[in-house]
Write a protein that binds this ligand. Structure first.
Ligand code: NDP
Length: 490
């Protein structure tokens, strides 16, 4: 059994209220860890430590080379502990070991990417009247509150921590209450890099207490949040007290548009990957599959044939292709949506039930599920289910495909499958989403921004855009001849 502590002001601590939370393996319901449960006063202590480190400590003033050195050390240590971190991620989140391994490698690569951006030239100069020099410099914001969900516990944390530290900020970070295991390992790694105390703080606990306090605190200058759209809305309100800068990566209901001229097998393959990777618990999942009417029957037949063969099981089993849902609550939510879909009149094409039997009974497993005969207004078409549930929609032409694709409140991701390059470009440009693919799905790169349109978010992660989120912009106008303004005569 693992004992997980919080990390505040360079020390490992229990919560001041001595609360504990049991952490569950979603594959079998066993308790794998006891996590310290933080409260409002723990957040206040963490904010105070971060303020001290930022306002009076050496961290924001380090040279680029020195700061990049910490991030490179973190990357190397993540690589060294790759297998251990992947195994713990699988134990805590349930995802297959193969997926967890990719997350760990991506986490190390993300630290390296931002380490590489630190020494890059920043700022600008402007041509203004001769006696003045105008310039723009970039500065860290101060104390950043970072709040992440449970679906990529390590990777989502690094997507925020790496750019926040690269920019020279101090951080107060909160993992999901369900998945704090790799977060604590990441903080062990940050400690081993020798980061000055107070620069990186971690408080564990519930969103309504710990998360909310980070969002309302006047000691926090910026909040970067990844999670559900409704939580994002609450955070916006909570953050308004001191006009924090906010960056929100929220939910999605992303369209995967398949034209009749697409490479059939490849489109089926990516449609499966788009929705069932991560058991559908991916914000950018291709959860709405829009298929051209003329190939609908053949497409659904091949899709369901392959969906029924997906090997569902414990993430630690190397044979497993799809793991469990993260929690009993998430299982209940997904099963509830399956019932809603049936009640709305949609037909189940595959799955539609909780998996039972010796290997499944104590875990949170749902069969890969797909609905056909849907209508655009149905809740299963409009709302994020966040589980292995695809909804099929059909279209007759390009115009209808684009209209249906854009007909939700979300705008996170989208894909188009066709061999007609001009059509691919026409359609993808009209999809109102920040992350898009042509004849592929799910590939993400540290270099490119991760960004949601509409109610899928505000601001960006990753790329130079992701670094900009954690920087302020200052103009400096320098009087070169030192003379007076001459504005007033007296
Ligand atoms: P939630 O919105 O429930 O929670 C996300 C984080 O916010 C958790 O750490 C949670 O704490 C915390 N939180 C909850 N309530 C509050 C509050 N009032 N104030 C401050 N913090 C709070 O999302 P889930 O964890 O259920 O994750 C799934 C969601 O995340 C999906 O909607 C998914 O689309 C989205 N997501 C978006 C991504 C993107 O890049 N756009 C990427 C990954 C996921 P706790 O749970 O510990 O109580």
């Amino acid at each position: 059994m693992l004992e997980l502590s919080m990390y505040i002001d360079g020390e490992w601590r229990q919560g001041s209220g001595n609360g504990k939370r049991e952490i569950i393996n979603p594959a079998n319901g066993e308790v794998i860890a006891q996590a310290a449960e933080g409260n409002v006063s723990d957040v206040r202590a963490a904010v105070q430590a971060a303020r001290e480190a930022f306002d009076r400590g050496p961290w924001p003033g380090l040279s680029a080379e020195e700061r990049a050195g910490y991030l490179l050390k973190a990357a190397a240590k993540i690589d060294e502990r790759h297998d251990e971190l992947a195994a713990l991620e699988t134990l805590d989140n349930g995802k297959p070991l193969r997926e967890a391994g990719y997350d760990v490698s991506d986490a190390a690569a993300c630290f390296r990417y931002y380490a590489g951006l630190i020494p890059a030239p920043h700022g600008e100069t402007y041509t203004v009247p001769d006696n003045m020099q105008a310039m723009v410099i970039r500065e860290p914001i101060g104390v950043c509150g970072l709040i992440v969900p449970w679906n990529y516990p390590l990777l989502m944390s690094v997507w925020k921590i790496a750019p926040a530290l690269a920019a020279g900020n101090a951080i107060v970070y909160k993992p999901s209450e369900l998945t704090p295991v790799t977060a604590t390992k990441l903080f062990e790694i940050l400690e081993e890099t020798g980061l000055p105390k107070g620069v990186a703080n971690m408080v564990m606990g519930a969103g309504e207490t710990v998360g909310n306090e980070i969002a309302v605190s006047h000691g926090v200058d910026m909040i970067s949040f990844t999670g559900g759209t409704d939580t994002g809305r609450r955070i916006m309100k909570a953050a308004s007290g001191n006009m924090k800068k906010i960056s929100l990566e929220l939910g999605g209901k992303s369209p995967n548009i398949i034209f009749a001229d697409a490479d059939f097998e490849s489109a089926v393959d990516y449609a499966l990957f788009g929705i069932y990777a991560g058991a559908g618990q991916i914000c950018s999942a291709g959860s709405r599959i829009l298929v051209e009417e003329s190939i609908k029957d053949a497409f659904v037949a091949r899709f369901t044939e392959r969906a029924n063969k997906i090997r569902v099981g414990a993430g630690g089993d190397p044979e497993t292709e799809m793991g469990p849902l993260v929690s009993q609550e998430q299982l209940d939510k997904v099963l509830r949506y399956i019932e809603i879909g049936k009640a709305e009149g949609a037909e189940i094409a595959c799955g539609g039930f909780r998996l039972t039997g010796r290997d499944y009974d104590n875990g949170f497993f749902v069969a890969p599920t797909a609905f056909i005969d849907t209508e655009p207004g149905m809740r299963i078409v409009q709302e994020e289910i966040f589980g292995p549930v695809a909804v099929f929609q059909t279209f007759r032409d390009e115009t209808e495909a684009v209209r249906l694709a854009n007909e939700t409140k979300y705008g996170l991701a989208g894909a188009v499958f066709t061999k007609d390059a001009a059509r691919a470009m026409r359609v993808i440009k009209k999809v109102r989403a920040g992350i898009t693919w042509v004849n592929t799905y799910h590939g993400t790169y540290n270099e490119a921004p991760w960004h949601g349109y509409k109610q899928s978010g505000i601001g960006s992660s990753l790329g130079t855009y992701g670094l900009d989120e954690f920087l302020e912009t200052k103009q400096i106008n320098f009087n070169l001849d030192g003379g007076p303004s001459g504005w007033f005569s007296g």
